[in-house]
Design a protein around this ligand. Structure first.
Ligand code: FES
Length: 116
C-alpha cells in the first residue's frame, strides 16, 4: 500500500492557485504542483512544464486547465494532456485526495480517470 503525504489544509490553496511540493518531500525526484481548479477540485501534475523549464504552479489556471507562464502551452489538470503547442508531451498526474480538511498527495499514483 502506498502512503500519501499530508500536504496541509484545503484552505492553504485558494481556488485558482497552486502550491509546489518540493522533490525532497515527494520522493519522486521532481517537484509536484497541486492546483485548486475553478471546478473546486484539487489536481496534481509534475511542476515542470514538459516543453522546457517552467513552473506550472506559476502559470494561469482557467477552469480545469493550466497555462504555462513561459510559452503558453496548456495542460489539462485532470489528465495532464498537453492541449496546445509548443508542448507535445503530456504532464504526469498524481492522485490527490481530500480527507476532512486535509489534502493528501499520492506521488507517482496516477490521478483517477475522470471526465475531461
Ligand atoms: S516552457 Fe512551458 S510552454 Fe515552453
Amino acid at each position: 500500500m502506498i502512503n500519501p503525504i499530508n500536504i496541509g489544509s484545503i484552505d492553504d490553496i485558494d481556488e485558482g492557485e497552486a502550491k509546489v511540493i518540493p522533490s525532497d518531500e515527494t520522493g519522486t525526484g521532481e517537484d509536484i504542483a497541486v492546483f485548486h481548479a475553478e471546478d473546486g477540485n484539487f489536481y496534481a501534475l509534475n511542476d515542470n512544464c514538459t516543453h522546457e523549464t517552467a513552473s506550472l504552479a506559476d502559470g494561469w489556471i482557467e477552469g480545469t486547465e493550466v497555462e504555462c507562464p513561459i510559452h503558453a502551452a496548456k495542460f489539462c489538470l485532470k489528465k495532464g494532456t498537453a492541449l496546445c503547442m509548443p508542448a507535445t508531451q503530456d504532464a504526469r498526474t498524481h492522485k490527490v485526495e481530500v480527507s476532512g480538511n486535509d489534502l493528501l498527495l499520492y506521488p507517482n499514483v496516477p490521478a483517477e480517470p475522470v471526465e475531461a
